[in-house]
Design a protein. Structure first.
Length: 357
């Protein structure tokens, strides 16, 4: 199924009014919101929204809301501390063996919860040709870098030609073992995943992994499935990352369906991100306790292949860590371990009833 060819990417509040997604009377109050973070919703995502449902999970991700103007005291411009670890424009080098390379600042959609909302869209800018050269020189000079993660913005909005150039430059660096591309394109703008683009990803010897960002099973329509199949058939290893979002996917049923669907599409769920403290995103954030309860429920319900790791990016640039839930606790008599049903056991088990609890 192709999207209706008369539907274009919505970029102005008026487009949303015309699509019946915003009441004419509500348009004016959204103008300051889209000045903070640009508006873009692709035809595929517009068509996935049920216009009758004010709480539609796709709408909540992409249609601007006045709640974004409410900034909580703990929210930050740079929630995950990218700035501190930017040695040259376009590079984030926080972990010795990995760098982020951000060639572009634009995205085909703007997610209202974006943790880089201050640097994507209107707020950001792309690397110039010189800056890109300097960024690649940085990677070339740092032999401890084993993995280069293309992110942004959205690296797969680059043309196949430019993407291929970057892949081949990295391929020529012997210390770079793996390239990883973080992308929302296969889901939100699947038509960009052409044979040519897939060919560009495969144009060096260095394997290129793709980590697809997706948050709700309804994002995975026929065109997105076909795009993922093109990547998988070409031998591109696929992972998924999901952001836990209030009113979108903070529900075990929805997450179970999403993760099972991904595994069927040959995509391994990798991370479930706790919502970052990006400014104006409080209405979309859950608590950590809620996230842990969801992970417990999922561990009971679905195969291990379907389970991502629940992670928090520690504010201030301290990196990502798993945030549970934990099933294990140290006690004076050894470990106390909880099974998936909530029953508690000792590890190692007490010998034949001696000292049994
Ligand atoms: C998330 C992130 C990475 C990748 O982390 P993994 O845990 O390897 O997926 C690397 N560098 C930075 C700065 C990051 O934010
Ligand atoms: S696609 Fe990624 S970088 Fe772009 S707005 Fe969405 S979350 Fe942010």
């Amino acid at each position: 199924m192709q999207p209706n060819p008369t539907v274009r990417t919505a970029r102005r509040v008026e487009d949303l009014v015309a699509a019946g997604l915003v009441a004419p009377s509500a348009a004016a109050e959204l103008e300051p919101v889209v000045r903070q973070l640009s508006l873009a919703i692709t035809p595929e995502m517009l068509e996935a929204i049920d216009p009758e449902d004010p709480d539609d999970p796709i709408r909540r991700q992409f249609v601007p809301a006045t709640a974004e103007l409410e900034i909580a005291f703990e929210e930050r411009h740079d929630p995950i501390g990218d700035d501190r670890f930017t040695p040259v424009e376009g590079i984030v080098h926080r972990h010795p063996d990995r760098v982020l390379l951000k060639p572009v600042h634009v995205c085909p959609v703007y997610c209202r919860f974006c943790f880089r909302r201050e640097t994507v869209g209107r707020g950001g800018r792309a690397l110039s040709a010189d800056e890109l050269r300097a960024a690649l020189d940085y990677v070339r000079a740092h032999e401890e870098v084993w993995e280069v993660i293309l992110t942004g913005g959205e690296p797969l909005v680059l043309s196949a030609r430019r993407l291929g150039q970057i892949v081949r430059e990295l391929d020529a660096m012997p210390h770079v073992g793996v390239v990883r591309v973080h992308s929302r394109v296969p889901v939100v703008d699947p038509g960009r995943v052409t044979g040519e683009l897939v060919g560009a990803l495969r144009s060096g010897e260095t394997p290129v992994w793709v980590v697809v960002h997706t948050n709700h099973p309804r994002e995975l329509g026929p065109a997105a499935r076909a795009a993922l199949a093109r990547l998988a058939d070409a031998g591109v290893p696929l992972l998924a990352q999901t952001v836990l979002l209030r009113g979108v996917n903070d529900d075990a049923e929805v997450l179970a369906e999403l993760f099972r669907t991904l595994v069927r599409l040959r995509v391994k769920p990798y991370y479930l991100h706790h919502g970052d403290l990006a400014r104006g995103t409080g209405h979309l954030r859950t608590t950590i306790e809620e996230g842990q309860a969801l992970m417990r429920e999922l561990r009971r319900r679905v195969s291990g292949t379907c389970l991502p790791t629940y992670v928090l990016d520690v504010p201030g640039g301290h990196g990502k860590v798993p945030v549970g839930p934990s099933y294990l606790e140290a006690t004076d008599e050894g470990w106390r371990v909880e099974d998936v049903g909530g029953e508690v056991h000792r590890y190692p088990p007490a010998a034949d009833g001696v000292g049994a609890r």
